[in-house]
Design a protein around this ligand. Sequence first.
Ligand code: SAM
Ligand code: SF4
Length: 477
Amino acid sequence: MLDYVSDKLQDETRQGEAFSPFANDLNQYKKRFYIESYGCAMNFSDSEIVASILNKEGYGATSNIEEADLIFINTCSIREKAEQTVRKRLSEFKKFKKEKKGLLVGVLGCMAERLKLKLLEEEKLVDIVVGPDAYRSLPELVVEAEGGQKAVNVLLSRDETYADISPVRIDSNGVSAFVSIMRGCNNMCSFCVVPFTRGRERSRDADSILNECKDLFEKGFKEVTLLGQNVDSYYYVPEYSKGDHVIPITFAQLLESVANISPELRVRFSTSHPKDITEEVLHTMARYENICKYIHLPVQSGSSRILQLMNRTYTREWYMAKVERIREIIPDCGISSDFIAGFCTETNDDHLETLSIMEFSRYDFSYMFFYSERPGTLAERRYKDDIPAEVKKKRLQEIVELQNRLSMESNKKDVGKTFKVLIEGDSKKNDKEWKGRNSQNKVIVFPKEEFELSKGDYVQVHVIDCTQATLFGNIIN
Ligand code: SAM
Ligand code: SF4
């Protein structure tokens, strides 16, 4: 049950999602590739870049693994469980390799970067290993592997942002898309493997971001989510301003430029590190109706002592002041968080501080995990993973139960209110109902009735009921 809970909250609905291209004539391609993605939104966005690179070289995407000549798995290393899931999936690929001579299997992403050549030794069926900064070399690596060699490129880069690559959209809802604005992370949170698997932080050319967002809007998309491990430290110095008069573009300015593309285009972003989100960003959010009133602001722990061991660089009080400031500047802002239960040396009092910061912040939603020691991280080198598994799970369970109550309370407060909702498609359970989201990122389900609406339309919905995960309402004429 706990595993389900903690996993569900890590994008469970998309884990293992296969690339599902728009209607493609597969006969026009010399070879077909299949790609499956795990982990964070960044990985899903990277798979779209990979698809674009392969497509240009004449490879067509298929969502049917049985007709693929190349199978790719885009992997996550954030917790041990994520790696186990990938290993299990790799073992399932054995049968396809047996059945189809010449079939190649490639491992992409964070696990490829973390394990490098070791992955080839441990997983004999793998032919290609490619880290997150080396996707441009994929076509050559495929040729190498076709010649019977194992092909590896795990070089990390200081400047690769794939700015010029226009991703092939995997998300076929045609309404919302991820746009990567930066790569890597310099933060060195002691529990985290990301700085090692994704390298140094670098920001993508602002013009290329704007052009991608404009292009998406022209193609009918109505919502973009600007993605990065730490979007608030976005900092780009355009070519024209280099030299004596450096005029950098900050995240707040980027956000404003994207919002100005059209009032009909909603803008979201993720993730914000509490230490970096600025007043300027908050005021920009408040000024633009189309910048969604929702901030994912991971706290990880409510104890200042644990936060220091985690190297998060803020205290409990500092974080709470930030939440208060958000509520002052954007009173209707939705806030969500990430938690790690049972980090090294965590006492029951530390854990109680986590529960109390949750009550204080009144999160609408959270991603909740128990601590999983990752090889090579600062925590693995410096501290003992000394909290027994049962204690970690018990504390996680308490965090989950409290979050369930807070989500329910937050949703109940919305009953009786009316929200502008962007329609994303049919509701999962009933094609006579629409599913959409409000600005605060809450899912709202409502009957289609006799209204002539389509996905991608905005509509006013009056909320009449809720569960902890969903609001239910009716269209206001
Ligand atoms: N950059 C984002 C931030 O700082 O908030 C988060 C990126 S990380 C991919 C997503 C979440 O995974 C983290 O916020 C943290 O809660 C969780 N996480 C990272 N390392 C972990 C570990 N070793 N054990 C358990 N959870 C972990
Ligand atoms: Fe990992 Fe911290 Fe960077 Fe987030 S900010 S990716 S948790 S090191």
